[in-house]
Design a protein around this ligand. Structure first.
Ligand SMILES: C[S@@+](CC[C@H](N)C(=O)[O-])C[C@H]1O[C@@H](n2cnc3c(N)ncnc32)[C@H](O)[C@@H]1O
Length: 276
């Protein structure tokens, strides 16, 4: 439920109670065993840091182009997980802060930064409960990527947070999975030759869906579950615009991991908006 923002608010901005928009069920899942899951997935922090250090720009993929030269920039990574993108940006000369509510992620990220020889600020907090007093207006770039928006049952507070953290003319870079792939089409088959797609989803579905957390395949025991609300492109762009950010571009991306696999289907998108 939204309520009009009163004292101290920027005009036209709507505030929503944090507890209502990100689900406690999800926080519980992410607090389990993430450190060990990242060790399984990427190896120990020293090994992972050596890999990132070889090609930090390449490890950023599309995000690198969207952010532009990181040198000297103050960058905030919302829901920055194990810190691999943050450490790559720090190696390229940015001063980076991560916010994420998983202490296991923080442990991995700080060890990764130490092994890479770069400083990293890592705040353990629900992004929607972040203490913004000393952080507001401090960042040239705020970014969040790949598995972000489906954690919120209302997008307004998240977009509003990005805007609050940005310095004037700062840019919010949001890269996430494309709803055509996550909610409209289902796909089977692991090679291009046998791959089959079905349009059997509902692009306008607003219900919450229970799924295994993305790190579940690297965790031991009962797979941790999360509750997800999948947003369509119109809802996402509208939420950014309504937070007072100016939309600069929306780029829809094909499968970037192989040439012919799933050709013609949008897999991810990058939305860039700016604080005026
Ligand atoms: C799928 S990951 C994001 C992807 C990340 N960029 C990566 O490549 O690993 C989602 C992250 O969001 C965090 N998260 C989810 N909801 C959150 C919230 N409300 N506040 C802070 N962190 C949250 C989780 O701990 C997790 O690290």
């Amino acid at each position: 439920m939204n309520k009009e923002n009163e004292a101290g608010a920027e005009p036209g901005i709507v505030e929503t109670a944090a507890a209502e928009v990100s689900h406690p069920f999800n926080e519980e899942a992410w607090n389990r065993e993430t450190y060990d899951a990242w060790i399984q997935r990427f190896g120990n922090p020293a090994e992972a840091a050596a890999r990132i250090g070889k090609q930090p720009l390449k490890s950023l993929s599309v995000l690198g182009e969207a952010i532009g030269s990181p040198e000297g920039k103050r960058i905030m990574n919302l829901m920055g997980s194990n810190g691999s993108k943050a450490v790559a940006l720090a190696l390229l000369g940015a001063s980076v802060t991560v916010v994420d509510f998983s202490p296991g992620n923080r442990r991995y990220a700080l060890e990764l930064a130490e092994a890479a020889g770069v400083p990293l600020d890592y705040i353990v907090s629900d992004v929607l409960k972040l203490e913004t007093e000393s952080l507001a207006g401090q960042f040239d770039v705020v970014f969040a990527e790949m598995g972000i928006l489906h954690y919120f049952v209302d997008l307004a507070p998240f977009m509003q947070l990005a805007r609050t953290l940005l310095a004037p003319n700062g840019r919010f870079v949001l890269r996430d999975f494309h709803p055509v792939s996550t909610k409209l089409i289902s796909s089977r088959g692991t090679t291009a030759k046998i791959r089959k797609h079905k349009v059997d989803g509902d692009y306008f579905d607003t219900s919450l869906e229970e799924q295994e957390a993305s790190f579940a395949k690297y965790a031991e025991g009962e797979p941790p579950k999360v509750l997800l609300r999948k947003w369509n492109i119109g809802e996402i762009v509208t939420a950014a615009a309504q937070s007072g950010l100016t939309i600069c571009s929306l780029t829809e991306e094909p499968n970037l991991s192989g040439d012919s696999f799933d050709r013609g289907i949008p897999k991810t998108f990058t939305l860039i908006s700016q604080k005026n």
